[in-house]
Design a protein around this ligand. Sequence first.
Ligand SMILES: [Fe+2]
Length: 318
Amino acid sequence: MPKTQTITEISDGCEVDSLFLLESIDIRKKKQDGKYLFATLADRTGRISCKIWGLPGHSADEIEALGKNLMPGEVYRIRGFAKIFNGECEININDGIADLAAPAVIQASERGEYVYSPVDIKETAIAIQNLAGTIRNGQLKLVVSLALMDAGGFYEKPAAKKRHHNYRGGLAEHTLETATIAVAMAEAQKSYGIDRDILIAGALLHDIGKALCFEEKGIGYAARPEYDLIGHIPLGITFLTRFMDYLDDATYLHLLHIVQSHHGDYGDVAPRTPEAWAVHLADLASATLREVADDTAGLAPGEGKWKGEKSGKAVYRI
Ligand SMILES: [Fe+2]
């Protein structure tokens, strides 16, 4: 069947019957007995949540078996109805469960219809490379450009499974935001003597480990086991050890410290230098604003949500 409906065309109460990319699937317990599936669907125009309830005759085991059979990264026919829940439009599926037995076959030329990416990846890559080009320490500049190149697919990968910047190009967008905010801090607080070179290098490489956490799966990206089993900070630190001989000891130590401490007081190691604090605060600013912007995107003035999907906090549009 051709794709006849886009996500931006779906509103409260409308019937849904079209092809969408399945990005993720969770098996969840109903409040009373039974199970349902919680999916995230996507196309070129956006993303939407989808709850798969099935029919009254479906047992919890049947729902769970379907959840295990569905393949993120594949396109499915989604047949159901849209409803507002917690301030957000979502799709509900009852008898449309029958259409989820197998994915639809998509031609290579149609794949772009299903990729959600609000980022201009080319422009973002150029801006990152331009900023890296302003690093005056030649060896440090070299390490930054080699690291961004060696961490395969850095500019296309997402920054997260579910939270901030979790779309194609999101890692590069978040990295550029973090570095731009960090540089703005250093410029606003000129008298503090912040080392601009290590600040930019640290900001551009702070999440380099995330590039190692995702791999292409169908149309889209899936987290590798390393995402949960090791975590992006140890992966980034391990990755950067290959550049140890390019830098003097102090610069190498400072770069690793910025990467290691960028979660601030939430991480294993707190920032101990002004540059490490600046990268942590810039990272937090980029991540938090993205989450709140995503959570408020579908709200009309005067509307709010008791719990935003991304931020996990109450949000409001005034
Ligand atoms: Fe980050």
